[in-house]
Design a protein around this ligand. Structure first.
Ligand code: MG
Ligand code: MG
Ligand code: ZN
Length: 384
């Protein structure tokens, strides 16, 4: 009996004197040590594909699943984790800070594109992959200069600097990019024709004006730019249908373009826009379009055997809920906001290195884990 009292007292004493780990982490996330265990070379993927469903929280996933016979390709992932999406200046992140956390491993302020809270350019995983001799690419259903893709390649103080962001595409050797926003490249205030400059840099450049995406003929000896629209691409409900074929093309293209491996970011951008519009059917059609692309990428990864596939979102949008009275044919959505929320965000992983993505961690850890999977070592430092 006395022993029990003694042990209890010691326990109480210790808990009283030691701050709980949760409290210290919450106050100072920067002190959480990064995981730096090494993956054996044989356990590393050759390719890493990061798919981002912008604004895709658990309810967006659930609504898509119920509307699709209770199934999604997301069920094919063996490893699931959760990330904490908050930014450096707000519990509610935006897509710029959210994507910069993934692309460069730093929490930054809302609106920041590939720069830290002081505005200093960060070295992104796409830039590092390029410097390491890997092929790189991006595909999106927004403009290619929109916050999510921009944060992987551009360094600008604000997400709305679309023309400077477009110019930043010339500073890397990204091998493939597909998305909207042609006007930011060829009708600019500074008068430059960036499409012409891309051609001079060795890109095959085409757009919706010249060809339907399905009829695109690909020259595998050149880098590839395809601009799907002048401004924002259409929604699925309005007839947009390129995400899956563009994702398949991107995997095949980057695989053939460079045998060392590749980094590819694919975004389903408009799940977020459905959330902002508080529109369930917009969310669900975009969610299922994104999930179809996820399935096609998984098919590639299964056949390839050396590809790590990660699917996540930057944040949830709408405070979306599926309310009583809903059926599989008719989701009665309820929304608490027309902006983003701070709920934990799921992460799905498949392939070599997937086990790194189990657990609960900061959004910035996704960057660390991707570097770890690639076997990139030491501090990430820009070469130029
Ligand atoms: Mg390159
Ligand atoms: Mg986005
Ligand atoms: Zn948004």
């Amino acid at each position: 009996m006395n022993n029990w009292i003694l042990i209890s007292c010691l326990f109480l004493l210790q808990t009283a004197c030691t701050p709980t780990p949760n409290a210290s982490l919450a106050k100072n996330p920067a002190t959480a040590p990064p995981v730096i265990e090494e993956l054996a070379p044989a356990a590393r993927p050759r390719n890493v594909i990061l798919l981002i469903g912008d604004g895709m929280g658990l309810t967006q996933i659930s609504a898509g699943l119920y509307s699709n016979g209770d199934h999604l390709n997301l069920e094919r992932f063996p490893v699931i984790g959760l990330h904490k999406s908050y930014s450096s200046d707000n519990l509610i992140t935006d897509s710029a800070a959210g994507a910069t956390a993934f692309s460069a491993g730093k929490k930054t302020y809302n609106g920041a594109i590939g720069v830290d809270p002081e505005g200093k350019p960060l070295y992104t995983i796409l830039e590092e992959a390029d410097d390491q001799g890997l092929a790189t690419g991006m595909v999106t259903t927004s403009t290619i200069v929109h916050a999510t893709p921009a944060a992987f390649i551009a360094h600008e103080a604000q997400r709305t600097y679309y023309e400077p962001i477009a110019r930043d595409f010339l500073d890397t050797d990204i091998d493939l990019f597909i998305g909207g926003g042609k006007k930011y490249f060829d009708r600019r205030e500074d008068g430059r024709d960036l499409l012409q400059e891309l051609r001079q840099k060795g890109y095959a450049v085409s757009s919706f004006l010249e060809t339907n995406f399905k009829d695109l003929s690909v020259d595998y000896s050149k880098k590839l730019t395809y601009l799907t629209s002048d401004s924002d691409p259409l929604s699925v409900e309005q007839g947009r249908d390129y995400l899956t074929p563009a994702s398949i093309l991107a995997c095949d293209f980057l695989d053939k373009f460079n045998s060392k491996g590749f980094f590819l970011m694919i975004e389903g951008a408009q799940i977020d826009w459905g959330g902002h519009a508080n529109n369930s059917s917009y969310i669900i059609t975009e969610m299922l379009d994104f999930d179809k692309a996820v399935g096609a990428v998984l098919d590639f990864a299964e056949k390839d055997g050396h590809t790590l596939v990660i699917v996540t979102a930057d944040h949830e949008t709408g405070g979306y809920a599926i309310n009583p009275g809903s059926t599989r044919d008719s989701i009665i959505g309820a929304f608490t906001s027309d902006y983003h929320t701070a709920t934990l965000i799921p992460v799905f992983a498949y392939g070599p290195g997937a086990q790194l993505f189990a657990g609960i961690y900061e959004n910035t850890a996704i960057y660390d884990k991707m570097r770890q999977a690639f076997g990139f070592r030491g501090m990430a430092v820009r070469k130029n």
